[in-house]
Each structure stands twice: as structure tokens, then as C-alpha cells.
Design a protein around this ligand. Structure first.
Ligand code: FAD
Length: 519
């Protein structure tokens, strides 16, 4: 295998100088040594590194390691510490946008390759699951719900993401207002630190490492296993979409629902903005959920603006005796005081699993039409409640009034459900919104160019900054330490301190571009 690596990084590569060549040869020797210890290594045969974002052009991995055990990961990290330049990136399914899971001229750890990744074991009284960090949430769904009738409390919308990858960021969906993000639902982890130590950590045991790693952007350790909290899974859910013409009514109702007790609210609350037009991707047709449902635009007042809003809710069928008629009654009571357009309400009953796998259908369609493999300049932000109406006025209604060729999510979250001891940083205030601009680009250079989309993202960030909005990037991407300092604000010194303890040589996750490799 190392022969392939040598072909991939030939001596006197045009992009390297002779001292680089020497270092690459020396790092290849380290790979050779690791391989001789039985650690599986391959190469991507000279292809540039490519993640879901598809925006990173300059990253070229030296070697991909498919670890079998945590101790093999430890051996890799100890070998990297001994080299002056080698870095190591844990990689889930590379669903990042800006190369965060890559290591230019370094080693990528293929976490789904770990044999524990396919394994999900129920623990405790069946209310916890031990999962390999490289498992996808879809695998967790299949094992927990399919075999045991239990489910994680907090999900992401799309389940092709890995457990280690999402809890290294946060992991947010429509359940987070009640249960917090996925990173708030981890009870214990096994982590290999940047020093190569294999450590079990939880709120009570090695808690500094535990909270550092949650939301830690891969900076402090490689998560190999996680124990996550479960609750009984319903079999069926009522899935509802309500249309609003005014942002104030939409946001007011969404905030009302996320602050109500469970008995007066729903089990999932999300929302999105769509264009007030017949555009099949961005407009009215993107709202109905059931087959045969149509969006009657005659119900939209002439005074409505360029964009409209949709609140998306789900109620679980919780009790054994629940039938459609009894759920109708509960739903009617809970919707009574909301201010949506009464004739623009869409609802269907679907199985819980079908609801959770809803984005898989989007993926299958996008793979078929070629838009899954084109670049995705996505932008995710957390915006404080204080500024969200201005965000709507300046950004949704102006900059984004024609849509983005994909969903524009916006819904409120509750800060006290996020543990401030984790490494995630949030805006001020108890309520903040996630804004997710999930852009898709056409396969044949149709629609706006990728450069235009990236420029529009920058314009949005600039607009937020110029108007003094209290916001943070979610799944952040910066190029300089100064920008990272500003991102973390008063949490920067804690982040740096954690780095100095758990990965002092800055081996881990270099694709985040937060720290430079120490010599
Ligand atoms: P990767 O992209 O492979 O890795 C992400 C980061 O985590 C990297 O820095 C990597 O080094 C690090 N990392 C990965 N595994 C480990 C590990 N085991 N130990 C330590 N560090 C690790 N996010 C949401 O919150 N909610 C959503 O609903 C949502 N939907 C999405 C839908 C799609 C189609 C896509 C592409 C992304 C979505 N995301 C969502 C974003 C997602 O959370 C991130 O892409 C995240 O990075 C997870 O992807 P991954 O598992 O492929 O991780």
C-alpha cells in the first residue's frame, strides 16, 4: 500500500519543495511502520479530498487509516506526535462543507470502518444505547427503534451523519427545543486524546474531557464510542405544516410552542421560509406533504411579501389507544390559538421511522438528478431572538427573496437545554434561532454559480455583522486564528486551555484551521 502512497506524493511533486519531500518521505515511513503493526491503511489514489460541500480544492490526504480498535487509533496518534508535522483527522461520513474532516498531507481516520460502528447495544434498563462513533444515526434508528422500540430523544434531520461527527458539532433538529441538541444527550464516551490516551469520560468521570469533546470540532480527541439516552419510540406520528404570511405571527407561534409544557405543545417544532411564487423548488409547491395535497395560492392575501413562512410540527401517537380521531382532537386544541392561514394547513399520518427518514427520500432524488454530488455552499447560523425579525427583514425578504434552490430553515431553540460546559458557543438570550441555508447547485451549471452562492453567504454574514446582530456560525468555518477568537469570544481561553491539555501538539482535525501543528 505504501507504494501507492509514494505514487500519490512523488518526490519533487510540483506543489512541494525538497524539505517538504523529505518530510513526506519520513511521514510515509511512519505509515509503513503502522501498517507493519497490522493497522489497515489505504489511499484514495490521488483524488483530491472531497466532502459534501465540495468547496475545498487544496487538500490532499497522505493516508487513510481504517482503524479496528481504539488502541490502533492511539498508536496512530502517538506516531503522529513523534513526527514534527503529521496531523490526523477523524472523519465520519465527510458531510462537512469546508474540508473540516480532512488533513492535508496528514492521516484521515475512517471512523465508520471501525467494527464497532455497525454495533448498537442497549444498556441500562434499555434506556441507553452504546454505539460506535462511526455509526450513522440511521443505523442507530434501525437497531434501537426497529429491534427494541426505543429511540434517541434528539435527532438530526438527515440520518446519514455519524454519531461522532454530529456530537462534535451539536446535532440539531425539531426535538432540540425540548431535549437539547444531540450533544446534550450523550451520557458517556470513549475518547482517544491527541496524546494517544484512551479515556472513558462522562459528566462524573474525566468530565473536563467529556465536555471539551462535545461540540469540540474534533479538536480534543477521537470519539470511538458513545452512550446515548433513549426514550420509548412511537409507531405513528401526525406531521403538520402551517403557512403564515407574517414573520411576526410565525415566530410568535413557534416561540410559544417551544416554551410550552409537553402537554400543550408538539414533539417536534421546525420552520422554513419559502418564496411566494409557483417556483417548484423554492415556492408554494415545496409545502404540501401528502400525495394529492395542493397549495391553493388564492388563500395568500395580495398584500403578502416576497416570502412566506411554514411552521412544521409533529405529534407522536403516544398512547396505545390513540387513533386518528383522538389525535385530531388533541391537534385541534393545540393549534387553536395559532395564527396560521386557516386554509393552508397540511397534515398526514406516517410511521415514526418514515418521518425520521424523510430526508433520505430527498437524498435519493438528488442522487438521481445529479445534485447530491455537486458543490453545496451551505450556511448555518444561530441568530439571537433579539435580531431575528431584522434578519427576516434584511435577509429573507431582500437578499434571499428568490430562494436558494433548497430549504431555508428557521426555527427557535432554547439555550438552557444546551450545556454551557460543552465547547459549543451560542448567542446571548434564552431563545435563539437556527437558520440553515441548504443550497443545491444544478448539475449542468444551471442556476447561480457556486461562486455567486459563496458570495451571497458572505454578504449575509457581512450584513449580520454590520447591523450588530448577535449571531454565531453553526458548523463554523474560518481561516484565521483571529476569526476563531472572535467566534469563541469569552470562551476562547477555555478552548485554548482544553487544547493544551488534550492535544498539545495540535495533531487533531487540522481541517478546522483553528490551531497550527506544534513542532
Ligand atoms: P464529518 O464531516 O466527517 O466530521 C465533522 C467534524 O467532526 C470534523 O472536524 C471531524 O474531524 C470531526 N469528527 C468526525 N468524527 C469524529 C469522531 N469520531 N471523533 C471526534 N471528531 C470527529 N447538522 C445538524 O445539526 N442537523 C441536521 O439536521 C443536519 N442535517 C444535515 C444534512 C445533510 C445532507 C448534511 C450534509 C449535513 C447535515 N448536518 C446537520 C451537518 C452535520 O451535522 C455535519 O456535517 C457534521 O459534520 C456531521 O457529518 P459527519 O458525521 O459526516 O462528520
Amino acid at each position: 500500500m505504501v507504494v501507492y502512497l509514494e505514487q500519490r506524493f512523488p518526490a519533487h511533486d510540483q506543489t512541494t519543495n525538497s524539505s517538504d519531500d523529505h518530510q513526506i518521505q519520513s511521514d510515509l515511513n511512519i505509515c509503513r511502520e503502522l501498517e507493519s503493526q497490522g493497522i489497515p491503511i489505504t489511499t484514495s489514489n490521488g483524488r483530491p479530498d472531497r466532502d459534501f460541500g465540495g468547496l475545498t480544492k487544496d487538500s490532499k490526504t497522505l493516508a487513510i487509516i481504517h482503524p479496528l480498535t481504539a488502541h490502533q487509533i492511539s498508536a496512530v496518534l502517538r506516531a503522529a506526535v513523534a513526527s514534527p508535522t503529521l496531523t490526523v483527522a477523524p472523519c465520519g461520513n465527510a458531510h462537512s462543507i469546508h474540508g473540516q474532516a480532512f488533513a492535508h498531507r496528514g492521516i484521515v481516520l475512517d471512523m465508520p470502518a471501525m467494527p464497532t460502528s455497525g454495533k448498537v447495544t442497549l444498556a441500562g434498563a434499555g434506556d441507553f444505547a452504546d454505539v460506535g462513533a462511526g455509526a450513522t444515526w440511521e443505523e442507530v434508528l434501525k437497531r434501537c427503534v426497529g429491534e427494541h422500540g426505543m429511540a434517541p430523544r434528539s435527532w438530526t434531520d438527515y440520518l446519514g451523519l455519524t454519531v461522532g461527527g454530529t456530537v462534535s458539532n451539536a446535532g440539531v433538529s425539531g426535538q432540540a427545543f425540548r431535549h437539547g441538541p444531540q450533544s446534550s444527550n450523550v451520557m458517556e464516551m470513549e475518547v482517544v486524546t491527541g496524546n494517544g490516551d484512551v479515556v472513558v469520560c462522562s459528566e462524573r468521570q474525566n468530565s473536563d474531557l467529556f465536555f471539551a469533546v462535545l461540540g469540540g470540532l474534533g479538536q480534543f480527541g477521537v470519539i470511538t464510542k458513545a452512550t446515548i439516552a433513549l426514550q420509548p419510540a412511537p409507531t405513528t406520528v401526525r406531521w403538520i405544516r402551517l403557512v403564515y404570511t407574517e414573520f411576526s405571527a410565525f415566530a410568535g407561534d413557534a416561540e410559544f410552542l417551544v416554551t410550552q409544557p409537553e402537554s400543550n405543545s408538539f414533539d417536534y417544532v421546525e420552520g422554513f421560509v419559502f418564496v411566494n411564487s409557483d417556483d417548484p423548488v423554492n415556492g408554494w409547491p415545496s409545502v404540501p406533504i401528502g400525495s394529492g395535497q395542493v397549495f391553493d395560492q388564492a388563500e395568500i392575501p395580495r398584500t403578502a411579501g416576497p416570502v412566506l413562512y411554514c411552521l412544521e410540527l409533529v405529534l407522536h401517537y403516544k398512547n396505545k389507544g390513540d387513533d386518528s380521531a383522538s389525535v385530531d382532537k388533541i391537534v385541534d386544541v393545540r393549534l387553536q390559538r395559532l395564527r396560521y392561514c386557516r386554509d393552508l394547513r397540511f397534515e398526514v399520518d406516517v410511521s415514526y421511522v418514515e418521518f425520521l427518514l424523510r430526508v433520505k427520500h430527498v437524498e435519493q432524488k438528488a442522487v438521481a438528478n445529479g445534485t447530491w454530488h455537486t458543490p453545496h455552499p451551505w450556511l448555518n447560523l444561530f441568530v439571537s431572538q433579539r435580531d431575528i425579525a431584522d434578519f427576516d427583514r434584511l435577509i429573507f425578504k431582500k437578499i434571499l427573496k428568490d430562494g436558494i434552490g433548497g430549504p431555508m430553515l428557521v426555527y427557535p431553540l432554547i439555550k438552557s437545554k444546551w450545556d454551557s460546559r460543552t465547547s459549543v458557543v451560542l448567542p446571548e438570550g434564552e431563545i435563539f434561532y437556527i437558520v440553515a441555508l441548504l443550497r443545491f447547485s444544478g448539475p449542468n451549471n444551471t442556476g447561480p454559480t457556486v461562486d455567486n452562492m459563496v458570495a451571497q453567504n458572505q454578504e449575509i454574514i457581512r450584513c449580520c455583522a454590520e447591523h450588530g446582530f448577535d449571531f454565531k456560525l453553526y458548523l463554523p468555518h474560518y481561516r484565521t486564528t483571529e476569526q476563531w477568537k472572535a467566534h469563541f469570544g469569552d470562551q476562547w481561553s477555555r478552548f485554548v486551555d482544553r487544547k493544551s491539555r488534550f492535544d498539545p501538539m495540535a495533531i487533531l482535525a487540522p481541517g478546522q484551521r483553528i490551531f497550527s501543528r506544534a513542532h
